[in-house]
Design a protein. Structure first.
Length: 279
């Protein structure tokens, strides 16, 4: 599994734990599709939480088959009160569902840019209506994963663009690297997922010469602000990108300038680049 794939699997695992905690459902499971954007979605259950067996792990979900296949096809949440007797789904997966002892089940698709990227399931071992509270919580957990997938997609695209141009000649290539670096730091500042933030900042470090051993120690927020300044943004625009107030941006910029021993914002950018803090 690639580092990105491991991170996405971690997003799903965390969502399943949240789903069980917020709904009280004893069982949750799910997985991501492994098909290119233009292909028919194909998914295998890879993450389990609260299950008593491993019978669901690796189960392949095909478009239209069972509850999950129905959710994949419709790209919307679906639920059944008694899986094995429901007349609203097909029953290719009854043996696995019965082996785990599941009755009431809901399935929520993960949809990113109109493409289904995975499924989250929640289940009871008794046949009873799941209710709006459980469905709302499951949808909220799915939205968290969708947002993380969007950030990871953007980060991958930015890193690929930066690495493709880093070896290119001339200032234009370096400017694209700097733009990618700035966008990645802005993504890191926006995400609430601490693990994902650390991953993004680690990628940012690979685009600078200092890596993990900078000559001057700036705080993450000081570096975020200085990265925006390096791209020519105003304090107001930097504040909007980073989710800060303009006055706060000014304070971080003043602090960074003081640490770098300079008196203007552009001198700060030059000093940060010399220190290997910016690409």
């Amino acid at each position: 599994m690639t580092a990105a794939g491991a991170g996405e699997a971690g997003d799903v695992r965390a969502a399943l734990v949240r789903l069980r905690r917020t709904t009280g459902l004893p069982v949750a499971f799910g997985g991501l599709t492994d098909t290119p954007p233009a292909a028919v979605p194909q998914l295998r259950i890879a993450e389990l939480s609260g299950t008593g067996t491993h019978v669901l792990r690796g189960l392949g979900i095909r478009l239209g088959n069972g509850l999950g296949g129905k959710a994949l096809a419709l790209a919307r949440p679906c639920a059944v009160t008694d899986y094995s007797s429901s007349r609203h789904i097909s029953h290719e997966y009854d043996a696995a569902v019965e082996a785990e002892g599941l009755r009431s089940v809901l399935a929520v698709p993960l949809v990113v840019r109109r493409r289904v990227r995975g499924l989250l399931y929640g289940a009871l071992r008794t046949a009873q209506p799941l209710g709006d509270r459980a469905l709302t919580a499951a949808v909220a957990a799915a939205r968290d994963v969708e947002q993380a997938l969007v950030v990871r997609d953007e980060a991958r695209a930015l890193v690929a663009a930066a690495r493709d141009t880093a070896a290119g000649p001339g200032p234009a290539a370096w400017e694209r690297v700097r733009e990618a670096h700035g966008a990645l730091r802005a993504l890191a500042a926006r995400t609430c997922d601490l693990a994902l933030r650390r991953e993004l900042l680690a990628v940012c470090a690979t685009l600078t010469s200092a890596g993990d051993c900078p000559v001057v120690a700036l705080t993450p927020r000081e570096l975020d602000v200085l990265t925006c300044v390096a791209l020519g943004t105003t304090n107001a625009t930097a504040a909007e990108r980073l989710g800060l107030r303009p006055e706060t941006v000014k304070a971080y910029l003043r602090s960074a300038m003081r640490k770098l021993g300079v008196h203007t914002r552009w001198e700060a950018v030059v000093a940060a680049r010399r220190a290997g803090l910016l690409p």
